[in-house]
Design a protein around this ligand. Sequence first.
Ligand code: ATP
Length: 360
Amino acid sequence: MSEDSARTKKIAIIGGDGIGPEVVAQGVRILDVFREQKGYPLELIHYDFGADRYLRDGVTFPEEAQRVIREECDAVLLGALGDPRVPGLEHARDILFGLRFGLDLYCNVRPVVCLSDRLMPLKNRTAADVNFTVFRENTEGIYVGMGGQFKRGTPDEVAINEDLNTRKGVERIIRAAFEFAKETGAKKVHMADKSNAMRHAHELWLRVFEEVGAEYPELERQHYYVDALCLYLIQDPTEFEVIVTCNLFGDIITDLAAGFQGGMGMAASGNIRPGAVSMFEPVHGSAPPIAGKDIANPLATVLSVGMMLTHLGYEGDEALLSGIVKDAVESGHVTRDVGGELGTKATGDWVVAELKKRLS
Ligand code: ATP
């Protein structure tokens, strides 16, 4: 065991709202198996932040917890945030932005893999035709909340949201995508923008893509306007290996891409700051209509735990978990959204049993 793999790794666990705690509970069981069966030195710190806590005592994301996560933790496993009882989403904003901006998690990394032909929605295509990774900028763009409303509720109302792009922000996400492509042996990096319409902000993306891309002569680079890229993704997903884009377009492209994966219950993500504490979460939200019914698909969380283990330096476990998820889909040990009949917990039981078997 190397010195780093022997060091205790602290993981903050935040289930959050809606189906978040249900799916995260299954992710925690996976971590427990790795702890018990492979002896991984993982210390889990459970936090009850979310709408219940906020409504009970007004707490969203206390300073001390932020400090512990920032200074002591190696990773965060998050479920989802969002609850109809908090229509202004004050708690969600504090927690999500506290993590994303507080830890400067600038790479939202979303692997798009179709694990089984059973999940492939396109005709004349197989699961092998979909295998790409989206690098979504995670700290800037339209999501920073700059703007405002003027003369609200009158016929002269004005509503503005600014799209904030900095040279530093654009450059670091584009570089991260090229670095990832180089490390994983990809041949091509695509960048999606809308520089024909958003001439100022997205011309910066176009220019930086060319400049940074020139430092990687072994990698082909291709720029598409985002609308065209959405079309080409459906027409021929095999063209894509790594896609880098801004915060807003990354949000949209990855929901579209989740359609290749079997839906929101199958899509995993990492909010990463290379070499630093990073956060892993399923792409889906808190899905209030299905919360508390034991029907949410926990597999996106299982796959997110796989990404986390890779980030923590444990090699091979992500592939192991993804193989188990593939077998769960192919053998029908899954929830209704992907064609099975199991509940959230029973799906977790199956995955945990398989993991124990494969690790023994
Ligand atoms: P957000 O704004 O946070 O993205 P949202 O309400 O737009 O959230 P989700 O919460 O992701 O979207 O869910 C939308 C719908 O997708 C849910 O109502 C549910 O039907 C389905 N869904 C999402 N996640 C899952 C899951 N893990 N298992 C099964 N169905 C899911």
